[in-house]
Design a binder for this molecule. Structure first.
Ligand code: F6P
Length: 513
């Protein structure tokens, strides 16, 4: 990694000047000037379309942006060859190995990575197969949080049309309601628990796991997915029921690992392999396509163009597919936990913006909720529309309307409605969006989509010169919660808190009104 500030790159200044030149240009004028605009500003790969013609970009913009990515190829090689690019944790970043995208020779901590992946896949296949074959098992409860929940849950739900195994439930919140409600109609004799925690110390997961153990007594079966096998054994999980993780699998990049066990339980191992194959195809594209035709690189550069040169602070992720309902939450963690940083790779404070605030909901529900602001609000929000060409259901009259809505919203944001409308009915347009269309929401295309975003976020982290693979920002709150829990449990002050915390503690300890 080159550890250079992007603003020292000569391209940065040129982009700032270029941005000024484009200030008065409406995106719809770019379309009017060039009726073939779509041709120049879209990419297609393996049944995935990325249309970025609705961005305020010209060919010159893209050439300048590409110059900003001059250190990406080297960084990509460092990641794919297992260098310890996560320097604050001294870890390699090799989730791509889980889908067979790295050399067979890589060793980390004296272990051959590909051999580990093969063993891990065999274990996922065997355990998922065993659970699926056992007709006595009706329900599987996956307990995990963050990366040990969002990815596996998002994919399991996205592939719901293919689900033919036991019903898989996900419990993440330490709020006991989550577990209690999930267990309400389940039978311990017919339930399997998967405790997924890389560290096996995460308070939410351990608290839920203990309650699950108490509920399941000796009847329910427990599996663990973890890099801390010792803690899983101490918890009482037999060695043969432990599916190992490794340090080089980051939590938010772990759905390709044994953390994806619920996907294989729900949709079957063959579909899990197809998911890996889709991601592997995107890895190959990311490694081989020239930067100017490289989907993750283009998506990353457009995000930087919006964030750093047009000062757009938010990204709306808008899947027009109900099965992708969890996708925005998954991207939230992937993006904000990776690039929500304000020190560079040398630990120095940085003076440019990094990750935007990411939010989103599926279309079309979101149109009736927050699209008002997207169209007429004072902030301009970059939107990623994600649509699917072929539906997974056969209900007539739905899918064309769904697709039409995605296209209509992107057009309205871009073009607006001209000059003659009354002020409250005026749409200025000139609001940028990307349109991603998958041929089908099948495991292969889903794998392509997820790896697209993973690599996009990697490229942005490289350019912003931040470590995209640590997450120290979550630690302080965890530590404080421990002290405050003690105070609440013992009804006594365990540390010198501020008056707001003390006020709340005292209010909570008072009798009810
Ligand atoms: O608190 C953040 C985090 O460390 C995430 O990065 C991670 O995905 C999640 O917690 C869960 O961690 P674990 O898998 O160790 O329980």
């Amino acid at each position: 990694m080159s550890n250079k500030s992007p603003i020292k790159n000569p391209a940065w200044k040129k982009l700032a000047a270029h941005r000024k030149k484009l200030a008065g240009v409406h995106i719809k004028d770019l379309f009017a000037k060039d009726t073939q605009r779509f041709e120049d500003f879209h990419l297609e790969y393996e049944g995935l379309l990325l249309d970025y013609s609705r961005h305020p970009v010209t060919k010159e913009t893209l050439a300048l942006l590409a110059a900003l990515a001059n250190n990406v190829e080297k960084a990509r090689e460092q990641m794919f060859t297992g260098e310890r690019i996560n320097t604050t944790e001294n870890r390699a970043v090799l989730h791509m190995a889980l889908r067979g995208s790295v050399s067979e020779n890589i060793e980390i901590d004296d272990e051959n990575v590909s051999a580990f992946v093969r063993e891990s896949l065999a274990k996922i296949r065997d355990v998922a197969g065993k659970i699926r074959k056992d007709k006595n098992i009706t329900d599987v409860v996956h307990i995990g949080i963050g990366g040990s929940d969002l990815g596996p849950r998002m994919v399991t739900e996205a592939l719901a049309a293919l689900a033919d195994g036991p019903h898989v439930h996900f419990v993440s919140n330490i709020d006991g309601t989550h577990l209690a409600r999930t267990l309400i109609n389940l039978n311990p004799q017919k339930t399997v628990f998967i405790i997924a925690s890389k560290t096996f110390t995460t308070i939410e997961t351990m608290t839920n796991a203990k309650s699950a153990l108490a509920w399941g007594k000796d009847a329910a079966k427990f599996y663990a997915v973890t890099a801390n096998e010792g803690a899983a054994k101490t918890f009482g999980i037999p060695t043969e029921n432990i599916l190992p993780l490794r340090d080089w699998i980051g939590g938010r990049y772990s759905l390709w690992s044994a953390a994806g066990l619920p996907i294989a339980v729900s949709a079957g191992f063959t579909n899990f392999e197809k998911l890996l194959a889709g991601a592997r195809a995107m890895d190959a594209h990311f490694c081989e396509a020239p930067l100017s035709r490289n989907m993750p690189v283009i998506l990353a550069l457009l995000g930087i163009w919006q964030r750093n040169f047009w000062e757009r602070g938010a990204l709306a992720v808008l899947p027009y597919a109900q099965d992708l309902a969890v996708f925005p939450a998954y991207i939230q963690q992937l993006d904000m936990e990776s690039n929500g940083k304000s020190v560079d790779r040398d630990g120095k404070k940085i003076d440019y913006a990094t990750s935007p605030v990411v939010f989103g909901e599926p279309g079309t529900g979101s149109q009736h909720a927050f699209f008002q602001l997207l169209h007429q609000g004072t902030d301009i929000i970059l939107c990623d529309f994600i649509a699917v060409k072929n539906s997974t259901h056969k209900l007539p009259g739905h899918h064309t309307k769904l697709l039409a809505n995605a296209l209509a919203q992107a057009k309205a944001l871009m073009a607006g409605n001209g000059k003659d409308a009354a002020p409250h009915q005026a749409f200025d347009g000139n609001r940028p969006s990307s349109m991603i269309i998958l041929e089908s929401l099948d495991p292969y295309h889903l794998g392509l989509l997820l790896a697209l975003y993973e690599h996009k976020i990697f490229v942005q982290g490289v350019i912003w010169n931040v470590n995209s693979f640590d997450q120290w920002g979550v630690e302080l709150g965890k530590k404080l919660a421990k002290n405050i829990t003690q105070s609440l449990e013992n009804n006594a002050k365990t540390a010198d808190f501020d008056s707001a915390t003390e006020g709340a503690l005292s209010w909570l300890s008072r009798g009810n009104a």
